[in-house]
Design a protein around this ligand. Structure first.
Ligand SMILES: [Zn+2]
Length: 249
């Protein structure tokens, strides 16, 4: 029970930190300095302004000092991270895998929001992730180094080929993102995740087009769908693969 609460609160706090990354990384600002401040009035935020979700609720989504509206993105990212941290704890228990997946999930949340807002996937996230994925395979041995390396190479190579054939839509950022996910999850789970993400992306893209909300040429970022597919595989990969194998037995 105590861990239950611990991981929920840890997730809310990490979510709050992810908001800082999402806000500062695309603008090439430092993550550490200056301390958090209101982007509008510049007032340095106090502890009372930095409590995940609750600060937002207590001021009804406005800056306490200048009344500027604060994006709903902030509490949503915090809640999502809290929820996924809790879910990951329930799925994996206290284990090496839990901490590795918490790291990956955090990165995927940041990538999802950044790619959605700015249409970029920063190398500053994907490169370190790729390195960490290989290092954790070597150190913790939850995946063999061979599985990790194949995970980096196979899905990204396939995506690269697809990107070459169907120019546009996908970029090098997506290729590097897939390499990073593969380094953690191995090639089969990653490919399945890309497949699920593409399926979801197509359904949403075609629906939005059908409803006339977006045009035929509107660029939809692919990264968020890759991330959603990867998260689905983290939680339901075993179940999905067992079900799939049983279809043929
Ligand atoms: Zn303000």
């Amino acid at each position: 029970m105590i861990f239950f609460l611990y991981f929920l609160i840890l997730g809310l706090l990490i979510g709050s930190f992810l908001n800082v990354i999402i806000y500062r990384l695309p603008e090439e600002k430092s993550i550490i300095t200056p301390p958090s401040h209101c982007p509008k009035c510049g007032t340095r935020l106090k502890v009372i302004d930095l409590i995940p979700v609750l600060s937002f609720l207590s001021t009804r989504g406005k800056c306490r000092y200048c009344n500027t509206k604060i994006s709903i993105q902030y509490p949503l990212v915090e809640l999502l991270t809290g929820f996924l941290f809790l879910a990951a704890y329930l799925k994996f228990g206290i284990s090496i895998q839990l901490f590795i997946y918490l790291l990956l999930i955090s990165a995927l949340i940041a990538v999802t929001v950044i790619d959605y807002k700015y249409m970029i996937i920063p190398n500053k996230i994907t490169y370190p992730l790729i390195v960490i994925s290989v290092l954790s395979a070597i150190i913790f041995d939850y995946l063999t180094i061979f599985q990790s390396l194949l995970g980096i190479v196979i899905p990204s190579l396939l995506l690269l080929i697809v990107a070459f054939i169907f120019k546009g839509g996908m970029g090098m950022g997506d290729v590097k993102l897939v390499a990073a996910i593969g380094g953690f999850m191995g090639w089969s789970y990653t490919l399945a995740g890309i497949f699920l993400g593409s399926l979801l992306g197509s359904i949403i893209g075609l629906s939005l087009m059908g409803l006339g909300i977006i045009g035929r040429k509107t660029r939809i970022p692919f990264g968020p769908f890759i991330c959603i597919g990867a998260v689905v595989m983290i939680f339901f990969g075993d179940t999905l693969f067992n079900w799939y194998i049983n279809l043929f037995l």
